[in-house]
Design a protein around this ligand. Structure first.
Ligand code: ADP
Ligand code: MG
Length: 627
């Protein structure tokens, strides 16, 4: 009895397409075949538990084997098997039901991966690497006879009686000449490790030697012998399939090492477990982030029922959490996942916002339960939190309660705590709270000291995102301005009352101003004489907060080319109440005035790190001469 037929498809073009273009990655054929074998195994288990299959389940492992001489690769299972009719139904017809449409669309598609998600061509991916594919199968059904299907990469197939004597299926691939790399032990092992490492049914690939106890010798010492055991390549119960209550911290850390063998321990983790409105399990780890935002080789791995799909999780995981590591498993994501599918899929959007929510919950929880530990981890998690707040409005709403501000004294405050702390002293005459910050405590030390002398607090804002974070704070917090500590004199930063009366008369002030204007030859400097406290420096050089921020943004590629191209503009504030300035006003001749002004100006530049090169040398010489 032999049956020949034609696979029901209206075009002959499908095979060349499968071979060349279907997946850019040919190796996924193995994932498809092994996962079909796993499916068949799971199905027989279910039938058995439902009482619809009464026979023995036996050893339910899937086996992958190859024969270099015969150029075959075989995937075997002891799953439910197929009858000849089922082969016709599932392999010949169903698999190709969408194929005509597929071929039509493929003509215009730029990327075959854009289409693949829509068509169940899993089994046929075997033709990417094989000229001829053979199925030997025996169905679990009572009275079933073994069946064999063979197809040589055209739309013609043949079904004959088969030779399989036990329940299950062998898929035998006759590997084509271009694909002989898939007849290599290491290559196959590598693919299996990548895609099949956590499959729910044991997958055997060859054998390996193992030393076992073998009684005792004459002296009563234990003897050992070497035996061959099945080489099972997978861990069938990875931790994300278990309940968090069964797991210890060590289990999580061990699993992290299993995923990323060469990494430092993670800071903490989140176990995801959702069954409504979609199915999702997984474990996400917060890695230790080294100072610089590093290119990270470890990525989140996406699984579907324990089959590895991809580590390009761009659309599933919110962008700000892309630095996390770990696994996500969702049966709602098809194996043949494509980027365009992910973007359009409503499950994916829900998964995305669920993950955001879970991460926020976890952080809120850590903060509440152990504030000290949370503060210790802040330098690592601060970046996630700020990035999340900047890019995700919902996350901002959650995170505003656990984002921390740190000051120059290394103290941590929540937004509310900080507002309470600084409000009494740092509110200006218009009722605005002024937050001061430094990006570089070394360079801005003179200004920090001057602020701290007034008991003002200075925040540390020296992480890569702080520029944006500061703008966000100003937008979100009511009546709050954030100023860099060197963007004005301490009195002008937090303008509390009418200026002090000036010691100098109006004429004297304008004379002093003229002296400074004449003395200062650097471009972009504008002079103002103000009556500050005598305790302030005689001359202060500052860059306006707004101007500096625009320039910073432009430098970071913020698209503000106009500001970026502006020269640096500084304000030179001359303190009319400082004794030195009084001395300049009173000085006997112009040369003395100019010398004093120049010296006071250079001192101001020096404290800002703006005095360099020849100007610095001049200054040193002049100072020595004066002494
Ligand atoms: P999918 O797995 O998405 O259904 P495939 O093209 O991979 O699509 O497989 C088509 C069908 O062929 C499967 O649904 C199943 O009915 C049948 N099949 C494939 N491999 C096996 C197997 N090893 N044992 C039993 N049935 C199989
Ligand atoms: Mg399949």
């Amino acid at each position: 009895m032999q049956e020949k037929g034609t696979i029901s498809i209206h075009t002959e073009n499908i095979f060349p397409i499968i071979k060349k273009f279907l997946y850019s990655d040919h190796e996924i054929f193995l994932r498809e075949l092994v996962s079909n074998a796993i499916d068949a195994t799971q199905k027989i288990k279910r039938l058995s538990s439902l009482g619809q299959y009464k026979g023995e389940l036996g050893n339910l492992q899937v086996e992958v084997a190859f024969d270099k001489d015969k150029k075959t690769l075989t995937v075997s299972d002891s799953g439910l098997g197929m009858t000849a009719d089922e082969i016709k139904k599932y392999i010949n017809q169903i698999a190709f039901s969408g194929a005509t449409e597929f071929v039509e669309k493929f003509k215009d598609a730029k990327d075959a991966n854009e289409l693949i998600g829509k068509f169940g061509l899993g089994f046929y991916s075997a033709f990417m690497v094989a000229d001829k594919v053979e199925i030997q199968t025996l169905s679990y059904q009572e009275g079933a006879t073994p069946a064999r299907w063979i197809c040589e990469g055209s739309t013609d197939f043949e079904i004959t009686p088969g030779n399989r004597t036990t329940r299950g299926t062998d898929i035998i691939l006759h590997i084509n000449n271009d694909s002989e790399e898939f007849l290599d032990q290491h290559k196959l092992e590598e693919i299996l490790k990548k895609h099949c490492a956590f499959l729910p049914v044991p997958v055997k690939f060859g054998t390996r030697s193992q030393s076992v106890e073998d009684g005792q010798d004459d002296k009563g010492e234990t003897k050992y012998k070497t035996i061959e055991v099945d080489n099972i390549i997978n861990n069938t119960t990875p931790i994300w399939t278990k309940s968090p209550s069964e797991l210890t911290d060590k289990d999580y850390l061990d699993f992290y090492k299993e995923l990323y063998p060469f990494s430092d321990d993670p800071l903490f983790w989140i176990h995801l477990n959702v069954d409504y409105p979609f199915n999702l399990t997984g474990v996400l780890y917060f890695p230790k982030i080294k100072k610089e935002v590093e290119l990270r080789p470890n990525k989140i791995k996406l699984f579907s029922r324990q089959v590895f799909i991809t580590d390009e999780v761009k659309d599933i995981v919110p962008e700000f959490l892309m630095l996390l590591h770990g696994v996500i498993d969702s049966p709602d994501i098809p194996l043949n996942v494509s980027r365009s599918f992910l973007q359009a899929d409503s499950h994916v959007k829900k998964i995305n916002s669920h993950i955001t929510k879970k991460v926020a919950d976890k952080l809120a929880d850590l903060f509440k339960k152990d504030r000290k530990a949370y503060e210790e981890k802040w330098s690592d998690i601060g970046l996630f939190v700020k990035y999340g707040m900047l890019t995700d409005e919902k996350f901002y709403e959650r995170a505003k309660d656990f984002v921390l501000l740190t000051n120059t004294k290394n103290e941590f405050y929540t937004l509310t705590e900080y507002q309470e702390k600084v409000s009494p002293l740092q509110t200006d005459k218009d009722g605005n709270r002024i937050y001061l910050y430094t990006t570089d405590p070394g360079k801005q030390d003179a200004f920090i000291q001057s602020a701290e002398a007034r008991d003002y607090d200075v925040l540390m804002m020296n992480s890569p995102l702080d520029n944006h974070f500061i703008s966000q704070l100003e937008q979100k917090l009511e009546k709050t301005q954030v100023k860099r500590v060197d963007s004005g004199t301490a009195d002008s930063l937090i303008n509390k009352e009418e200026p002090l009366p000036s010691v100098l008369s109006e004429e004297e002030s304008s004379a002093v101003k003229a002296v400074f204007e004449k003395t200062i030859t650097k471009p972009g400097m504008s002079v103002a004489v103000e009556s500050l406290s005598p305790a302030e420096l005689p001359v202060t050089v500052t860059m306006d907060e707004f101007m500096r921020r625009m320039k910073d943004m432009a430098a970071m590629g913020g698209g503000m080319g106009f500001y970026g191209s502006l020269p640096d503009n500084y304000k030179v504030t001359v303190n009319s109440n400082h004794p030195l300035v009084g001395k300049i006003a009173q000085a006997g001749n112009d040369e003395e005035k100019t010398n004093l002004a120049k010296q006071a100006f250079d001192l101001a530049l020096l404290s800002q790190g703006l005095l360099t090169g020849a100007e610095l040398t001049d200054f040193v010489k002049r100072s020595v001469a004066m002494l």
